[in-house]
Write a protein that binds this ligand. Structure first.
Ligand code: GDP
Length: 429
């Protein structure tokens, strides 16, 4: 069976923890989109880890971890991360890399930095990992696929010349930066070849067989619905689709094989980078939630930058779950809200004097004001509780209110960062 763990919000919902937890019963875990621009934080018996490129299954002996064709593959980051976990006592994971994945080149990172500098105050708040230039090149058909490392040298050299011709015009005339040299790019690719060669695999064929053998396959998404280039807050989005549906493409499996879509929603909101964020809060109220949030505060796993904070947004989350095609919702980081007397929840958007519960396109979103409803807090620590019925009544009321608002079943409630801090709940909706 294939299932997907994806974000229903802006990312950082706790997908890594849910994937790590479900990894116990998975044979294969696949990353199908995104790159090293975001991170998952995972806490388990080996310690606390921030993964950017490796699938969250790397901590188990029984799982195969796969980098699918849809990923922006940064080979040095991948191997640095692999070495990092092995150095901390994690057994060498079984890793496969799709021969159809494309590689993030050093010049993608360079272009990302130069463009952010050029845009200055109007920048996208990129992590400068080269993701936008990478996907632009992929779709402009000038990217390098892993499989191309194994082709004829003359052909590869010819392609490099062709690709850098265009890049050098931009470097020289737009950014006033030094030109790329074909020989350097060739050497870079050959270094990547050496590193990646033992792991290269025809992943879609591998997964086709695995599906037929009845293996449990988990697709692991990065970021969330609202960062999807089509359905998110364009243009403040990422450059690859964050939706479960894209899992079929980015892993190379039939779409009808994805039987379960677990949309991860955090019990409050956070976002990184620029863009509309209707239920955002500021000042001391935001600082306190940021300090208490997640495990050790809401700061970027890749950049360390403070995340923007807000109350739970039913409008955005309903939309987020709908676009993911959620069969289940995992409601995370609920324990963090235990300090509040009252918990505001955004139940509608007021746009030009009218209240809507539909998530609008960006230009309207910029004008939206949150319609808030305050729910009573539970004022205690809920970590360690294993049964839903043992949660305080106000806490259950919060979960059930959110469930009714978003209209998708919350079947898992996460009440702590650890692998076992999870409460399974009977399907109500
Ligand atoms: P991801 O990218 O969606 O995996 O999310 P991040 O890893 O960026 O952010 C989630 C943060 O919340 C991590 O630090 C997790 O360890 C932590 N976390 C996940 N679930 C829970 C939870 O239920 N309670 C608490 N307190 N922290 C959690």
């Amino acid at each position: 069976m294939v299932r997907a763990v994806v974000g229903a919000n802006w990312g950082d919902e706790g997908k890594g923890k849910i994937t790590d937890m479900l990894g116990q019963e998975s044979d294969i875990i696949v990353r199908f989109q995104g790159g090293a621009n975001a991170g998952h934080t995972i806490i388990n018996n080996y310690g606390k880890f921030a993964l950017h490129t490796l699938p969250s299954g790397v901590f188990y002996n029984h799982t195969t971890s796969i980098i699918g064709n849809g990923v922006a593959l940064n080979i040095p980051v991948l191997f640095h991360e692999l070495q990092g976990i092995v150095d901390r006592g994690v057994p060498e994971p079984k890793l496969l890399v799709s021969d159809r994945a494309q590689m993030v080149m050093s010049y993608h990172i360079l272009f990302d930095k130069l463009e952010e500098e050029r845009l200055a105050g109007k920048s996208f708040g990129s992590t400068k990992s080269g993701i936008a230039p990478f996907y632009s090149d992929k779709y402009a058909k000038v990217g390098f696929q892993v499989s191309e490392l194994f082709q004829d040298e003359a052909e590869l050299r010819e392609k490099i010349e062709r690709v850098i011709l265009q890049k050098n015009v931009i470097l020289e005339h737009l950014y006033h930066a030094p030109a790329l040299k074909a020989e350097d790019i060739y050497k870079e690719l050959m270094e990547y070849k050496k590193m990646v060669e033992p792991y290269v695999c025809d992943v879609s064929a591998y997964l086709w067989n695995a599906v037929r053998e009845g293996k449990n396959i988990l697709l692991e998404g990065q970021l969330g619905t609202l960062k999807d280039p089509d359905h998110g807050i364009y243009p403040m989005v990422t450059s690859s689709s964050t939706l479960a549906a894209y899992g079929a493409i980015g892993a190379g499996i039939p779409p009808y094989e994805i039987k379960q879509v677990i949309a991860v929603c955090k019990a409050y909101s956070s976002a990184v980078g620029a863009g509309a964020f209707v239920s955002e809060i500021f000042g001391e109220e935001a600082d306190e939630l940021r300090r208490r949030g997640g495990d050790g505060g809401e700061y970027g796993a890749t950049t360390g930058r403070p995340r923007r904070m807000g109350w739970f947004d039913c409008v955005a989350s309903r939309y987020g779950c709908r676009l993911q095609g959620a069969t289940d919702v995992a409601f995370t980081v609920l324990d963090v809200l235990g300090y509040l007397d009252e918990i505001p929840v955004c139940v509608g958007y007021e746009i030009d004097g009218e209240v809507t519960s539909e998530f609008p396109a960006t230009y309207l979103l910029e004008k939206a004001k949150p319609v808030l409803k305050a729910l009573p807090g539970w004022k205690c620590d809920i970590r360690g509780i294993k049964n839903y019925e043992d949660l305080p009544e106000n806490c259950r009321n919060y979960v059930e209110f959110v469930e009714e608002q978003i209209g998708f079943p919350i079947t898992m409630v996460s009440n702590g960062p650890g692998r076992n801090d999870i409460i399974f709940r009977k399907r109500v909706l």
